[in-house]
Structures are given as structure tokens and as C-alpha cells.
Write a protein that binds this ligand. Structure first.
Ligand SMILES: Nc1ncnc2c1ncn2[C@@H]1O[C@H](COP(=O)(O)OP(=O)(O)O)[C@@H](O)[C@H]1O
Ligand SMILES: [Mg+2]
Length: 337
């Protein structure tokens, strides 16, 4: 197969905010995917959409390419993860992973939550702020967590985003509106286990073993959930950012089934394809609250959550990459809806 691998490469640029590149991919990830594909005999062009004129590249190569392996996060619009798929749809080039519509939807946490609610999938109660002058819905119960509505990698999220009163809430809302120039999502903070569930369509729909992330050994760092610092410096013992990973998660059978079923429903409700990772907080009374779904989960072979879950079923990294590719090809070959 002739494949183009599309991505945004992480860069070093001191003039940008420290989290500017957090959503982007490291060279290690790009190399790992490219070499997994090459190992299977495919020809791979690597296309960094930050540096290359992707549109010209696609126009020039559209007849040669069989498929695009897409992990590009995009950068310019409200719908950034759907930017490359939208171009590929327009040009009629097949690509791996979720389609333009699902990616645009999933990047918007508030819209995703409206769909979850309509489908009866538990998600924390919430309110969206587009200014800091709106009234707080009196039904929301503190502590609340304040997040940018359309980011990932926990950008803009740290321990101070969990607020216990209105003053700190509106201070944080103002800060995030100013910094991220997008609506701010405020939701009830769910005290409980952090879980994430991977779904992979490798011939059939496989729900991978649930990954539990335990932050109890990180308390000295001041961070106690999957914050930006926790993700960015994961494993840094000096900073005390050393979460413990359990895969499968430490859950009883009933809860495990319930969590998996909620993740599968979320994947289907959003119309995701090939791969997704759903982030869940399990409340103390055992309700699996869906926080969000990631149709472009990180694929770093050493650090990312999704590969950890694939390794737990004995899958190798190149098998994971091949499964994503095969699932996409099957969909196109069979003209699946
Ligand atoms: N409502 C919530 N209750 C408890 N923890 C939350 C909540 N929302 C976010 N978090 C914490 O912040 C992390 C990042 O939030 P998430 O909504 O998944 O955004 P991102 O897209 O940046 O990953 C979560 O993995 C979790 O640790
Ligand atoms: Mg998340």
C-alpha cells in the first residue's frame, strides 16, 4: 500500500506558551508508526501538516495514495481535529480513524456531553460559559472543575481548576477565556477512580482491558488527577508525578462490565471508527461518568495510554497500527456506512 502518515510534530519554541505543543506528536511516535507500517511492506510518506502544504501534497498524490494514516490534531480552527479529514473527504482520499463529523463533534466536549445525555450515558452535570458574566446554574454542586471546552492533553487544567466557591470559579473562567480564546466548560468534579477505555475495531469491535490511573503516589506534587503537568511530566520522580497504572483496572466484574458498556455506547453514539479512548471517572457510588471521548488517542509506543491497553492483551505495537489500518481499509472496501 502507498500510505501518507499525517501529523503535527511537537516543536521546541520558547516564544510559545508551555502547553502550546502538548497535543502534537513526538518524532518517536511518528517514527514508530511509520516503521510499523514499513515493516508490513507499505510505502510511507510522512507529512507534517505544520510544515508542509498538505493540500498541495494531497492534490499532487491523490491518485497514488491508497490511504492516509491520520493522527493530525490540526491547529487552526474550532474543529481542528477534523481539518485534514475534511480535505481528504473533499478530494476523495480514504483515511484511518473517525470521520470529519465525529472528530469535529468529539473535540467539542459540551456538544459531546449533550449527545451522551440524550443517549442516557452518565456524564457530569455542566454549564458552558462564553463570558464571565453569566449566572452560575444553582443546580451545580461544588466542587466544580473548570476546563477549556475544546482542548486535549489536559491543556489549561491543573489542581487550581477545581474550585469550591463562586469567586474562584469566575476567576478561573476569566483566566481560561482569556488564555484559550474559546468557551469554558464547568462541570461537577467527580471524586473517584480515573479510568480510560480503549476500543479497537480489528475485524470485530474489541473493548480493551480498562486502564486505571492511580494518583495516590503523586500527592506531594500538588496534583491529584490527570492534569496537564501530570501528563506532560508523567513518570518524573523528582516532580513526584509518578502515577500507577493498572491494566486491567482493579474493579469487580459487574463494574467492569458497566464501564466497558458505557465506553462502547459512547464510541457508537459519536459514530467513531477504528479506534477511540473514552475517559471516565467512577464515582464513589460506582457511577461511570464519561468525561470525553478521544478519537485520536495518543499513540506513543512507550507512554501513551492506548498502547498500554493493547499490550495488556498481548498485542505488539506494529499489530496495533496494522489493526487500525485494516479496519479502515475494510470499511472503504465494503463501502460500510
Ligand atoms: N468532571 C471531572 N471530575 C473529575 N476529574 C475530572 C473531571 N473533568 C476532568 N477531570 C480530570 O482532568 C483530566 C483531563 O480532563 P478531560 O476532560 O479528559 O480533558 P482532556 O481532553 O484535556 O484530556 C481527566 O482525565 C481527569 O483526571
Ligand atoms: Mg482526557
Amino acid at each position: 500500500m502507498e500510505i501518507a502518515l499525517t501529523y503535527n510534530l511537537k516543536e521546541k519554541d520558547e516564544t510559545k506558551p508551555p502547553d502550546y505543543f502538548s497535543e502534537f506528536d513526538s518524532l518517536e511516535t511518528v517514527d514508530a508508526i511509520a516503521s510499523a507500517l514499513r515493516k508490513k511492506g507499505h510505502t510511507v510518506d510522512t507529512v507534517d501538516i505544520n510544515r508542509e502544504d498538505a493540500i498541495s501534497y494531497f492534490k499532487k498524490n491523490k491518485n497514488r495514495l491508497d490511504i492516509v494514516f491520520n493522527i493530525a490534531e490540526g491547529c487552526n480552527t474550532k474543529f481542528r481535529e477534523s481539518e485534514i479529514p475534511a480535505v481528504l473527504d473533499y478530494l476523495g482520499i480514504p483515511y484511518t480513524g473517525s470521520n470529519t463529523f465525529s472528530l469535529a463533534l468529539a473535540i467539542n466536549k459540551a456538544f459531546t456531553k449533550k449527545i451522551l445525555k440524550a443517549e442516557g450515558i452518565p456524564t457530569p452535570a455542566f454549564q458552558v460559559f462564553t463570558t464571565a458574566t453569566e449566572e452560575l446554574n444553582p443546580n451545580l454542586r461544588f466542587p466544580l472543575i473548570v476546563k477549556p471546552n475544546r482542548e486535549g492533553s489536559a491543556k489549561g487544567i491543573g489542581a487550581s481548576n477545581v474550585v469550591k466557591d463562586k469567586d474562584s470559579l469566575f476567576k478561573k473562567v476569566r483566566e481560561l477565556l482569556e488564555m484559550y480564546r474559546q468557551e469554558v466548560l464547568v462541570e461537577e468534579f467527580i471524586d473517584g477512580k480515573e479510568l480510560t477505555v480503549g476500543i479497537l475495531e480489528n475485524g470485530k469491535t474489541t473493548i480493551l482491558p480498562i486502564l486505571e490511573i492511580d494518583f495516590s503516589n503523586c500527592l506531594k506534587s500538588g496534583e491529584y488527577f490527570y492534569s496537564w503537568r501530570m501528563k506532560e511530566y508523567q513518570g518524573n520522580a523528582e516532580l513526584g508525578l509518578v502515577p500507577d497504572f493498572y491494566c486491567p483496572a482493579r474493579l469487580d466484574k459487574d463494574t467492569e462490565m458497566q464501564v466497558k458498556s458505557v465506553a462502547l455506547k459512547t464510541h457508537q453514539a459519536l459514530g467513531c471508527f477504528d479506534i477511540s479512548r473514552t475517559d471516565i471517572r467512577l464515582s464513589k457510588d460506582n457511577v461511570p461518568y464519561v468525561l470525553e471521548i478521544n478519537p485520536l488517542p495518543g499513540l506513543n509506543p512507550k507512554e501513551s495510554n492506548f498502547p498500554m491497553m493493547a499490550y495488556a492483551v498481548g498485542m505488539r505495537y506494529d499489530e496495533l497500527i496494522e489493526a487500525i489500518l485494516t479496519s479502515a481499509l475494510e470499511r472503504y472496501n465494503h463501502r460500510r456506512l
